[in-house]
Each structure stands twice: as structure tokens, then as C-alpha cells.
Write a protein that binds this ligand. Sequence first.
Ligand SMILES: Nc1ncnc2c1ncn2[C@@H]1O[C@H](COP(=O)(O)OP(=O)(O)O)[C@@H](O)[C@H]1O
Ligand SMILES: [Mg+2]
Length: 317
Amino acid sequence: MSVKDLVRAYEGLDRADLRVLRIVELGHRKHEYVPVELVLAYSNMPKTAVSRSLAKLNRLGMLVRRVGPYTGYKMTFLGYDCLAIHTLRKRGIIDSISSTPIGVGKESVVYLGGSADGERYVLKFHRVGLTSFRNVRRLRAWLGDRRHVTQLYESRLSAQMEYRALALLSGRTNVPRPIDVNRHVVVMSRIEGSELYRLRSVEEPLRVLDAIVDNAARAYRVGVVHGDLSEYNVLVDVEGDVWLIDWPQWIPTTHGSAQALFRRDLERVASFFARRFGIAVDIDRMCHVPSGATTGMSVDALIDEILRRVEDEFGEE
Ligand SMILES: Nc1ncnc2c1ncn2[C@@H]1O[C@H](COP(=O)(O)OP(=O)(O)O)[C@@H](O)[C@H]1O
Ligand SMILES: [Mg+2]
């Protein structure tokens, strides 16, 4: 379903539909398919109204029905998107959302949102697939069988991770300013620029590379390693300033692999500059990879915090 359909579908939902969606979301804590009886029991609504909403949400592709030992419903990303949009609207963060995405990445769909007072924000909807990345795998291992982990839950973890990085880095490094996070959606300031990989020619490629290295090093000093830095995750604005985006897979510098990942990030970027602009760079000369013990959040503290945030959000409308 296209984004146009998402906006239209969201606008077609009434209070009963949203309430049913929300109950299914809560039901997912225990069930992969949430039993109809459970939805009914928690809804405080007449059975006919619940059935009508379930059928409608199913038809719209927000819930998937399974008829097996019992009839149950499972939320899709589309349904989840609607819940997040709804909450962000109620909080007064966004008022409108673009009808087409401005970016579709490996692990996300990105739209433009507008606030009531005319601000333009980026809304990044995380979509973690079954082949999820490092942090989420670690968080998953941590959770063990304490809860039923779905793709939606993983996307939620991923969004919280990204928001946390932006909160740590904003103002100290060139990254989007974090505005809000709900469920699997991060709201952040919009950078008006072009992805580095799109640029065919650059006036002073060395200066751009230098700025990237400088920003990555500043992030390191804050205690954060990007972990997936590349020409796809660097935006260059009209002034020629660089911005580092796409942070869900970051790791704290206290992690045993932090230095190796930091180096790999810079090598990936350097090799792009070599390929595209014919510049040979010696990363060791350009950037001193910090060694020895570093300060910053411990990995355990980070995981604890992210899980707490994700769980806390469940209590919220
Ligand atoms: N803050 C932002 N400002 C402008 N464009 C953005 C912003 N964040 C993301 N984008 C656009 O969306 C695309 C995908 O976002 P990204 O964070 O890289 O996610 P993914 O993990 O899916 O690659 C980016 O390549 C970029 O074009
Ligand atoms: Mg990206």
C-alpha cells in the first residue's frame, strides 16, 4: 500500500477503529494473533461495533485475520503507522503528513510532516525486517523469552535507539535535531541536502571528507559510534556542510568493538572518496582512532534504558 493510502486510510478511521487497533497492540504483548474474545473483553464496546471495526481494519490491511484454533488478529506495519501518526497528532507534534515518501531506505520509510505552526519535520518509520541488525539482535538476546518479540517490537526498539543517539549528539555533532519518538517513528528536523552518493562532482572533496571525519570523531568523544556510516548516510546541504544521519545501529564507545567499528565507518567513507573523486586517503593520518578506555554509557546501561523506554510507552495512549 502506498503512502497516499496510509494517509487516506488513517483519515478513514473513527474512534472505535483506533480503540480496537490499540487493544490489538496491547494484546500483542502475549499473543502473536490476538483472540477476538480478548479484543471484545477489553473494548467496552458492543460486539457488533467491535466486529465491524475488525472487519474494516482487516479490509484496509491494518490487521491480518487468522482463523485457526481460534480467530485472532495481527497488526501490520500499516496499522502500526496509523497508531503512531495518531499519537503524534494528539501530542500536537504533527498536523499533516506528505502523501509520498521523501526516502525509502533499507530499514525505513521516511515522510515529511508539518506541524500546526508551520515547521517541517522528517518522520522516519522504522521497518526492521526479520534480518535485523546488531543492536536489535543484542536487545532480543537480552529479552530472552520474557516477551514475544515481533517485527513491530523490533522496529520500536530501533526507533528508540536512533532517538537516543540523536539526543546525545544533537548540538555537538551535525545530526538532525530529535523532536519526538513514538512507537517505531522518530520525528526529527529535516536536513535540506543531498545524499553524498548522489553527488557527481564536489568542489573541494577533501574538505567534505574532512568534515565527515571530524563529525564522526566528535560523536566518538560524546561516546557514540555510528556503525553504518557510508555515502548513503551523509547528507550535504547547499552550504556544503555535512550531516550524519541514520543512527539506529550505533554502539557506545565502551563496547569492545567500538574502535574497530569506528575505523570501519571511516574506511568505508574514505573508499567512496577514492572511488568517486580519485582521492587517496590515509585514515590513520586523517584521524587518530582513540584508544584505551573511553568514557560514556555502558552497553548494559544503554540496553536497560532502551528496554525501559519501550516498555513504558506501552502504558501510553
Ligand atoms: N533528517 C533528514 N532530513 C532529510 N532527509 C532525511 C532525513 N532522514 C532521512 N532522510 C532521507 O531518508 C532516507 C532514509 O533514511 P535513513 O535514516 O538513511 O534510513 P535507512 O536506514 O532506511 O537507510 C535518507 O537516505 C534520506 O534521503
Ligand atoms: Mg540510510
